[in-house]
Design a protein around this ligand. Structure first.
Ligand SMILES: Nc1nc2c(ncn2[C@@H]2O[C@H](COP(=O)(O)OP(=O)(O)OP(=O)(O)O)[C@@H](O)[C@H]2O)c(=O)[nH]1
Ligand SMILES: [Mg+2]
Length: 180
């Protein structure tokens, strides 16, 4: 039997590498934990990189997602940039309550991507996190939408705290990867 879609638990049809990037504190690790374990604890800043694996059935196919969570702090930049290689999906995260995390996506992160991503056809998703803090919002949904168009990304706003749109972030990306 040549197919990997057997009965055993760990089997899958396709495997994808996904990368989470964005400023420190925007909630990249929280998004990942919220997606994987449905919990929302307070996390410490990521040291370097971390990864988690999630099996997901999308469009009738079993996908294995290896999701790499990078540190946003500048001191880790050289280390984290080496993990861009070969990523098929990229999630660019900002905090809707901190405007500089949004402007840094164009000023810093999109440039990092251009420099270090080896995959020209990677699927990108722009995510505005922490929408549960709507009263402190500093970036409108329209601005997010506009930047997403500029960068050629899909776009969602979410909250890793309430889990609003968290699964959608990863599922919509996976769906697009599945058909690209
Ligand atoms: N209110 C609210 N707080 C959040 C949300 N997501 C993350 N946080 C908080 O924001 C802080 C930073 O979250 P992290 O997930 O560690 O951020 P990070 O992007 O991984 O940061 P680095 O690892 O340093 O790059 C934590 O105190 C989280 O609890 C959210 O959706 N809503
Ligand atoms: Mg982190």
């Amino acid at each position: 039997m040549g197919s990997s879609s057997g009965q055993s638990n760990g089997s899958y049809d396709l495997s994808f590498k996904i990368l989470l990037i964005g400023d420190s504190g925007v909630g990249k690790s929280s998004l990942l934990v919220s997606f994987i374990s449905a919990s929302a604890e307070d996390l410490a800043p990521t040291i370097g990189v971390d990864f988690k694996i999630k099996l997901l059935t999308v469009g009738g196919k079993r996908l294995k997602l290896t999701i790499w969570d990078t540190a946003g702090q500048e001191k880790f930049r050289t280390l984290t940039s080496s993990y861009y290689r070969g990523a098929q999906g990229i999630i660019l995260v900002y905090d809707v309550t901190r405007r500089e995390t949004f402007t840094n996506l164009s000023d810093v992160w999109a440039k990092e991507l251009e420099l270090y991503s080896t995959n020209q056809e990677c699927v990108k998703m722009l995510v505005g996190n922490k929408v549960d803090r709507d009263s402190e919002r500093a970036v409108s949904r329209e601005e997010g939408n506009t930047l997403a168009k500029e960068l050629g990304c899909m776009f969602l706003e979410c909250s890793s705290k309430t889990r609003e749109n968290v699964e959608q972030c990863f599922k919509e990306l996976a769906l697009k990867l599945n058909f690209s």
